[in-house]
Design a protein around this ligand. Sequence first.
Ligand SMILES: Cc1cc2nc3c(=O)[nH]c(=O)nc-3n(C[C@H](O)[C@H](O)[C@H](O)COP(=O)(O)O)c2cc1C
Length: 335
Amino acid sequence: MKTRITELFGIQHPIIQGGMHFVGLADLAAAVSNAGGLGLITALTLKTPELLAREIARCHTMTDKPFGVNLTFLPTFSEPPYAEYIAAIAEGGVRIVETAGRSPEQYMPALKAFGAKVIHKCTSVRHALKAESIGCDAVSVDGFECGGHPGEDDIPNMILLPRAAEELTIPFVASGGMADARSLVAALALGADGMNMGTRFVATKEAPVHENVKKAIVAASELDTRLVMRPLRNTERVLKNAGVDRILQIESERGDKLQISDILEQVAGVYPKVMVEGVMDAGAWSCGMVAGLINDIPSVHELITRIMKEAEQLIHGRLAGMLKGSGQRAAVELA
Ligand SMILES: Cc1cc2nc3c(=O)[nH]c(=O)nc-3n(C[C@H](O)[C@H](O)[C@H](O)COP(=O)(O)O)c2cc1C
């Protein structure tokens, strides 16, 4: 399949693996790129720019296909050395950068100086337009259903994607709630040029996380995520667990007076406990409603191949069949 996204990034399939803290390491990024998608290493999981440089070098030994680096601009207490992370990306020969969080405006000259193609992840049409205006090459449009930070506007993809298509000139991918061929075909119909997946890629063989995490995603339904940190205007969609219940209890007790320090125990330093040690009740870790559509733990290659094969069947079978009047109910049997 050829879209503006496959053309822009020089990839075979219009499928991107979004940056994911403690998940987006070289193992997963290389697997996604080897399967014809675009894999991303998550810069801030590597504690220093030197460690990121090593992870990029490790990824080069695992794939000769294009891969990128996610750079998340977060409202953190101590600002990471972003300029040095960017230098590590440039020197590591990576030419695709996914930015997320705050606007990348301040860093665009440095990114463009070494010819990076920049895809900015955002949760509203106005932020997507801003990204376009500052020279981003593409955007990833993250709907309210997404795992991680959906912003504060709460617009689901059924509305957000066609709105983005109406306003944007640059290519964009649909992000949030994407899991399979149905997601891809729907996203393309709504005007996107591909899709970005987070949660779905966590439940794959190559994702370098504890088995408990993969099993928890498979076991979860679409009803099992919660929004935390809403009163701080730093909303995050996470999988419900005992630590998350505690956050919600503190949030309801503190109301408008909530401070980040009230819930620090359940939000800081949680990722290593969950992703490395498999302690599932440790606190808040991002997970999308799409968990309800995830029922297996395939290899990345199996997942991407299945999506592309079934997308073709959906388009040629179910959709074309309807036009021909054969009215098939479901041409695709999902695993
Ligand atoms: C475990 C996990 C960690 C994530 N960490 C980050 C991150 O560090 N930076 C970022 O930009 N997005 C992060 N995300 C968001 C994803 O890149 C992606 O935008 C999102 O998961 C899409 O929604 P989906 O989960 O419904 O596919 C994370 C998502 C998950 C599930």
